[in-house]
Design a protein around this ligand. Structure first.
Ligand code: ADP
Ligand code: MG
Length: 369
């Protein structure tokens, strides 16, 4: 019943959370720009994650959307209207930060009521909305406590309730689960995902954790050094990362920086590998995900597969899958992750062929370090 109330309260805004970012730049002093010109369209109702390493410009971008940081140039549009010069409190966005940022001297009730009172809701409306959302977040009966009397997970639920209670047109979340331990983080990830599905609002989420991004997002924008390297659905980016940076940041990759021998053949060291005929950038680097890599004695490589000589340096049994660490002919490390029943015949020191199907390889651009 309480869920219905939140949904009803927010339906009016569900068609109104489309963001368009145009050539956005933030330059602090004479340093390299924190944000170096990004373009991004965020669809209404979408869960988008800004993913990237520390210092890549995620928080600066989020703060420009929120209005806390003024862009050096570029524009941000909400449903086609230019927001760039609109004051933060006029944007009607909900915000959640890593450190909760609750008012420590206020009760849970007053923390969540705060944005409603700022919007001049009646006492009765405030009471209904706050109690409903606290129930929805598993905080029923805790309205008289202060933040210090709550666990970290409960405090973060209060912060989320406060960000959502006034039916914002956009919810901005900056590493909101970063301070929680792994188990609690995973359970809040699941809650956040189902919450997003219930309320249908646009969520812009920041994290440096690729697994968290893959689990939560409809769309991921990968930040690299103040720019967006790639935007796409999680599976798309994982299978066809486009750049070496994305291939390495979103998971793990075996990397072969070779060159085209002819349009269907990619050469690397003494190897000649088959390539499918489409999508082959000129300066391509071949990448293979560890779970697509298999390990065979030289004579057993399946017909039509590509393969490379390798030496096994470690075998770790992780339960249903095992990880085989490899050293490749150029001295780089590689890895294969296989079902454990296939790994039993592999031992440390074995000379093997690491092999993959042609369809399992992807070509990316970027300098191999
Ligand atoms: P992220 O959130 O991805 O870790 P940030 O957006 O916080 O990255 O920072 C991007 C870059 O901008 C970093 O090099 C950071 O040092 C710089 N930066 C961020 N805020 C400021 C500021 N207020 N003044 C000067 N430099 C800043
Ligand atoms: Mg940050």
């Amino acid at each position: 019943m309480t869920t219905t109330t939140i949904t009803e309260a927010t339906t009016a805004t569900t068609a109104q959370g489309r963001i368009e970012i145009q050539d956005l730049v933030k330059q602090y002093g004479s340093d390299a720009p924190a944000v170096a010109g990004i373009d991004l369209a965020i669809e209404s109702g979408e869960f988008i994650t800004l993913l990237g390493p520390s210092g890549s410009g995620k928080t600066t971008t989020l703060n420009m959307i929120a209005g806390f940081v003024e862009p050096t140039s570029g524009a941000i549009l909400l449903n086609g209207n230019d927001l760039t010069r609109v004051a933060p409190h006029r944007r009607n966005f909900g915000m959640v930060f890593q450190n909760y940022a609750l008012f420590p001297h206020m009760t849970v009730f007053d923390n969540v009521a705060y944005p409603l009172r700022q919007r001049n809701k009646t006492k009765a409306e405030v009471r209904t909305l706050v109690l409903d959302i606290l129930e929805r977040f598993g905080l029923g009966g805790m309205e008289h406590r202060r933040p210090a009397q709550l666990s970290g997970g409960q405090q973060q639920r209060v912060a989320l309730a406060r960000a959502l209670v006034f039916s914002p047109s956009l919810v901005l979340l900056d590493e909101p689960l970063g301070a929680l331990d792994r188990k609690l983080r995973q359970s809040l990830q699941a809650e956040l995902k189902s919450l997003h599905q219930d309320v249908g609002l646009t969520f812009v989420f920041v994290t440096h954790d690729q697994e968290e991004a893959m689990f939560l997002s409809d769309t991921i924008a990968v930040f690299n050094n103040g720019r967006i390297d790639r935007v796409g659905r999680p599976a798309e980016l994982y299978d066809d990362p486009g750049t070496l940076f994305v291939a390495n940041f979103l998971g793990e990759a075996n990397v072969f920086a070779g060159a085209w021998a002819d349009p269907q053949t990619y050469g690397w060291q003494d190897e000649k590998w088959r390539a499918a005929t489409d999508d082959r950038p000129a300066d391509a680097v071949l990448v293979v995900r560890p779970e697509r890599m298999r390990v065979y004695p030289a004579s057993d490589v399946p017909a039509g597969w590509n393969s490379v000589g390798a030496t096994v340096t470690d075998v770790s049994r992780l339960g249903p899958v095992s990880r085989i660490d490899l050293v490749l002919p150029d001295g780089r490390v590689g890895a294969a992750v296989l079902p454990s029943n296939e790994a039993v015949r592999v031992g440390v020191g074995d000379r093997v062929r690491a092999a993959w199907e042609v369809g399992a390889q992807a070509f990316v651009v970027g300098e191999a370090a």
